[in-house]
Design a protein around this ligand. Structure first.
Ligand code: SF4
Ligand code: SF4
Length: 470
């Protein structure tokens, strides 16, 4: 496991109409819970000697057996950010990403971070910790900016486009407050990325939204509004899988013409997945265990999307559960059963190695809240469409006269066949860093850092490999 999502508070001052996550109630995470998190992580990591804690299916069994099939044989080295500790492993596998999530993670204020950041960083040393926050930035203060600079905390926010479009779905005044937060962060030298959620109402305005992000110089990732396990009223905002696919294809066209002006991390991730032959963000990997969320009361969940829903807890940090105990929890077993079923159900899909069956949360919402092993992510249709389009366009760029001329005239073993073409230029920035896994709900990685995650070799199209061979 390389990523923890800490939810310091379930509360949120905003009232986005389509919100599917926790956004009300409860106490702030206390020092006792933070200490328990550190001790729990130290115990797990000591037991497993820094190896991937939660890899299963022959990749590290409960006894801590290492895996021969760990992709790439080790993680890529991650350069330590300003707040990173030097870890013991030169290959970077002894690192941990901690994303503060919500609710709204800035609700507890600077005082809480002043206590939490050193406690986590120093408590987990010598493992290297990288911090990120996914916030609407309404409560961002100069003091917090200074703290975030001191500890290398990167910032992501949520913004859905121009004011009228954004505030129609996120509530009046949201835009102004978030833009003020972005300005404040920038004044302190902190660059901010955004998650842009597209709803049934905003999809028709995709061009306007894209232009907004270009104009503001804000990189973004694409989220489809999905139905909620908690709030049925959010469902009317969700977009159909077909519309999701259409949207991504539409954005891909615009994006490839504006690569020097904006980055869309979702599309970067999908493009690099195709070239590398394995998946990107958490949606496209067996996410169970790769990302765990801790609620304010110390409950452990498979993902932040479940925070505050006790029926989805897999443990509690107060008990410092072992890996075996986590795996034996009923929720973990259900999620694992689904992953196993997906391997069979999707097995013939040309994109299985890139996708791994999609998101369990989406599958849950489509199966009435009970995770039947046969539950599938309804957005399959959009994943297929986009992976198919990226593959097709990449091949067209590879065989374009412009690219072939460059290949023949100036051979370059490093770049191989990927010389000329916008999509090929994205792919050249990959392949994804094995083990540098990020949740799709976090946008706050530094520019140039891969947002991709591992996945087993698909044995299918691998442009990266193709180019190396040639
Ligand atoms: S958003 Fe979906 S795919 Fe990503 S970690 Fe959560 S449940 Fe898994
Ligand atoms: S695209 Fe659909 S069928 Fe293919 S692996 Fe993903 S969810 Fe399964």
């Amino acid at each position: 496991m390389s990523h923890l999502m800490l939810v310091p508070s379930l509360a949120c001052p905003a009232s986005c109409a389509y919100c599917f996550g926790p956004h009300a109630g409860g106490a702030t995470m206390g020092r006792e819970t933070l200490t328990a998190i550190v001790e729990w992580q130290r115990a797990l990591r000591a037991t497993h000697d820094g190896h991937d804690l939660f890899d299963e299916g022959g990749r590290g069994e409960p006894g801590g057996r290492d895996t021969e099939s760990r992709a790439g044989g080790g993680r890529s080295g991650q350069t330590g950010g300003p707040g990173a500790n030097g870890g013991p492993g030169a290959n970077g596998r002894d690192s941990l990403e901690i994303t503060f999530h919500g609710g709204e993670p800035l609700v507890p204020g600077a005082r809480w971070y002043r206590e939490a950041l050193p406690l986590l960083r120093d408590g987990l040393a010598p493992w290297r910790v990288r911090f990120a926050t996914q916030s609407n930035l309404w409560l961002l203060t100069d003091e917090l900016c200074e703290l975030f600079n001191e500890y290398g905390v990167s910032l992501g926010t949520s913004l859905d486009g121009p004011e009228a479009i954004n505030d129609a779905q996120r509530g009046p005044g949201y835009y102004a407050r978030t833009m003020a937060g972005i300005e404040r962060a920038r004044a302190h030298g902190i660059e901010v990325g955004a998650i842009c959620t597209f709803t049934a109402q905003s999809v028709p305005h995709a061009q306007e939204i894209f232009d907004f992000f270009v104009r503001e110089g804000l990189d973004f990732s694409v989220h489809a509004a999905v139905p909620s396990l908690r709030y049925p009223e959010a469902d009317r905002w969700s977009i159909t899988p077909e519309a999701h696919g259409e949207l991504l294809i539409d954005l891909l066209d615009r994006y490839l013409e504006n690569l020097t002006r904006v980055r869309i991390s979702t599309l970067d991730s999908m493009a690099r997945s195709v070239s590398a032959g394995h998946g990107g963000i958490c949606t496209f990997g067996d996410c169970l265990g790769g990302y765990l969320a801790i609620g304010p009361d110390g409950s452990i969940y498979p993902c932040q999307r479940f925070a505050g829903m006790p029926e989805f807890a897999v443990g509690d940090v107060a008990a410092r559960p072992s890996l075996v105990e986590l795996r034996e929890s009923p929720v973990w077993r259900e999620f694992r059963a689904r992953e196993e079923h997906v391997k069979e159900a999707c097995g013939d899909c040309a994109y299985f190695g890139l996708c791994r069956g999609g998101c369990p949360y989406n599958a849950l919402t489509s199966s009435g809240g009970a995770l039947a092993p046969t539950a599938s992510d309804p957005h399959c249709v959009s994943y297929r469409r986009v992976f198919g389009a990226v593959t097709e366009r990449a091949m067209a760029e590879v065989f374009s006269p412009e690219n072939l001329d460059a290949v023949v005239e100036r051979p370059d073993p490093e770049r191989g066949l990927m010389r000329r073409g916008p999509l090929l230029s994205i792919m050249r920035e990959g392949p994804p860093s094995v083990g540098d896994r990020r949740p799709c709900s976090a946008t706050s990685w530094p520019r140039g850092t891969s947002c991709l995650r591992r996945g087993p070799d698909s044995g299918r199209l691998r442009l990266g490999e193709l180019s190396a061979d040639l």
